[in-house]
Design a protein around this ligand. Structure first.
Ligand code: SAM
Length: 422
C-alpha cells in the first residue's frame, strides 16, 4: 500500500504536520519511544483512558442518573456570565475557528485516522499489572529523605569517548559493561549519562531512565539547587506545568496543588542561559490564571509574551473528547510561550532562531490525568542559543532524553509498569 512520505515521517518521529495549516498531530508514544532502546511505552498504557473498553456497572449507572455535581453545574450555566467569564468566552470565540480548522484537517486525513486505529494492537502488559498502586514520592520524601536509588547503567566503549556518540543505538558495539551506582534519591541530581536506557531501583520498584536524562526530586523549597553556577550553563528551553489550584474545591486532583504566589518565586531568570530561553507554560482554561500570568507571573519572571499554542484533545477515532463549546470543560488547553532574555545583549543572537508564530494547534490523544503531550520538537526552532539546547522541565512527572526533570515526583511515569521490554 502506498504510504505517503509524511506518514513515514510520522511513524519515525511521532509528529504529523498538515499541509498549509498551523495544525499538527502528535503521537506522544512514538515521540517517547525514539528515546528508548531496550524498553518501549505501549500505546494502550499511555492512552489507557481511551483504550479501556470494558464498561463497569458504575459507568452505566452514572449515565442514567446525573450526579448531584452535574446538576449543580447545569444551574450555574444558566445564570448570566460575569465579567471574567465574558472575557473567557471571547477568548474561546477567537480560538474557535482555528481549532475547528485544525480538527477538520485531522478528520480529512484518512492516513492519520487509519494510523490511529492500529495503536490499539501494539503490545501491552496485563491490565492487572498496570493498574497496580503507584508509590507516592511525596510521602517517601517526607518519611525517608535519605532513601537511595540504585542505578544500573550499561556503559559502552563509546561512553568513555569525549567525541559525539552515534545516535543510532543499534550501531553500538555489543561489548557493553554494566555498572551500578548508589545515589541519594531525593534532593540530588541523578543522571543517566550513558547512551542506553538505565534502570533506577528505589525500594522494590524499578524506573526506566532514557539515555542522557537526569532528574532532581525535591520540594519547591530546594529548586534553587538547580541554579547553575555559571549563566552559560543555564537552560535554553524551560517547560513549566505548574500544579495550579482547581476551579472548584470539589474537583479532586491527583497531586498536590499550590497557590499562585508560589509560582512567582520560581527562579526562571537564574535558570536562563546567557543566550536566553524560550519559556513554555501550560495553563488550564481558567481566566483567572490567564490574567495572573499576563499581569504578574511573566513580568515577575522577566519573561515577555510571545505566542499561544493550543492542545486540542481527541479520541482514538479522531473526534473531540467533548463538545468544543462546553463552558466549564473545554476539549483544549493552552501553552503560553514567552522569552526570558539572556545576559548577552547582542542582536545577532536574535537572528539565530525563528520567533514563534501564534496559534499553532497540536492535536493528540490525551494520556493519564493531566499528562501533557510531547511537543518539544515543535518548539526547538524557536529556542535561542545553543544547538542542541539545554532543556529543563519544572514540575515534571516523567523524564526525557536530553532533559533535566525537576519536581516532587519526576519518576511517576517512569515506573517499569508503564513499559514493555522489547
Ligand atoms: N507535566 C506533567 C505531566 O505531563 O505529567 C504534569 C505536572 S502536574 C500538573 C504538577 C506536578 O507538580 C505534580 O507532579 C505535583 O506533584 C508537583 N508538585 C506539586 N507541589 C509541588 C511542590 N511543592 N514541589 C514540587 N513539585 C510539586
Amino acid at each position: 500500500e502506498h504510504k505517503s512520505q509524511k506518514l513515514s515521517l510520522f511513524y519515525e518521529s511521532g509528529v504529523y504536520s498538515f499541509d498549509d495549516s498551523n495544525a499538527v498531530f502528535v503521537d506522544s508514544v512514538r515521540v517517547l519511544n525514539r528515546f528508548y532502546h531496550r524498553f518501549s511505552v505501549s500505546p494502550s498504557l499511555y492512552y489507557s483512558r481511551f483504550f479501556k473498553t470494558q464498561t463497569t456497572p458504575n459507568a452505566v449507572s452514572s449515565t442514567v442518573t446525573p450526579s448531584p455535581r452535574k446538576r449543580k453545574r447545569k444551574r450555574r450555566e444558566s445564570r448570566p456570565l460575569n465579567e471574567r467569564e465574558l472575557i473567557a468566552l471571547q477568548r474561546h470565540q477567537e480560538a474557535r475557528p482555528l481549532l475547528l480548522a485544525a480538527h477538520e484537517c485531522l478528520l480529512k486525513s484518512t492516513e492519520v485516522l487509519n494510523a490511529l486505529k492500529t495503536l490499539k494492537s501494539e503490545p501491552s502488559c496485563s491490565t492487572k499489572e498496570c493498574d497496580g498502586g503507584q508509590r507516592s514520592f511525596v510521602d517517601l520524601g517526607h518519611v525517608a529523605p535519605q532513601l537511595e536509588v540504585t542505578l544500573s547503567l550499561r556503559l559502552s566503549d563509546n561512553d568513555a569517548d569525549p567525541h559525539p556518540l552515534p545516535k543510532d543505538l543499534d550501531d553500538l558495539p555489543s561489548g557493553q559493561c554494566c555498572v551500578e551506582k548508589v545515589l541519594r534519591a531525593f534532593n540530588n541530581l541523578v543522571a543517566n549519562d550513558t547512551q542506553d536506557d538505565a534502570v533506577a531501583k528505589i525500594l522494590s520498584n524499578s524506573y526506566i531512565m532514557p539515555r542522557e536524562s537526569c532528574f532532581y526530586m525535591s520540594d519547591l523549597g530546594q529548586i534553587r539547587n538547580l541554579i547553575p553556577a555559571h549563566a552559560d550553563s543555564g537552560f535554553n528551553l524551560i517547560m513549566v506545568d505548574p500544579p495550579w489550584e482547581n476551579a472548584s474545591a470539589h474537583q479532586k486532583s491527583r497531586y498536590q496543588t499550590l497557590p499562585n504566589r508560589y509560582f512567582l518565586s520560581l527562579p526562571i531568570k537564574q535558570l536562563t542561559h546567557t543566550e536566553g530561553a524560550l519559556v513554555a507554560l501550560w495553563v488550564t482554561n481558567r481566566e483567572k490564571l490567564r490574567c495572573f500570568i499576563e499581569a504578574e507571573l511573566f513580568p515577575t519572571w522577566g519573561v515577555s509574551y510571545a505566542a499561544t499554542f493550543y492542545w486540542l484533545k481527541v479520541k482514538e477515532n479522531g473526534s473531540l473528547i467533548c463538545d468544543l463549546d462546553l463552558f466549564h470543560h473545554r476539549p483544549y488547553e493552552c501553552l503560553i510561550l514567552g522569552y526570558s532574555p539572556g545576559k548577552v545583549n547582542n542582536t545577532d543572537n536574535l537572528s539565530e532562531f525563528k520567533p514563534v508564530k501564534n496559534d499553532r494547534v497540536i492535536m493528540s490523544i490525551p494520556g493519564d490525568y493531566s499528562r501533557k503531550p510531547q511537543i518539544a520538537d515543535l518548539l526547538l526552532e524557536h529556542v535561542p542559543g545553543l544547538k542542541p539546547p539545554r532543556c529543563i522541565e519544572l514540575f515534571a512527572r516523567e523524564i526525557l532524553a536530553g532533559w533535566v526533570s525537576w519536581g516532587n515526583e519526576p519518576l511517576y511515569f517512569q515506573d517499569s509498569k508503564h513499559f514493555v521490554k522489547k
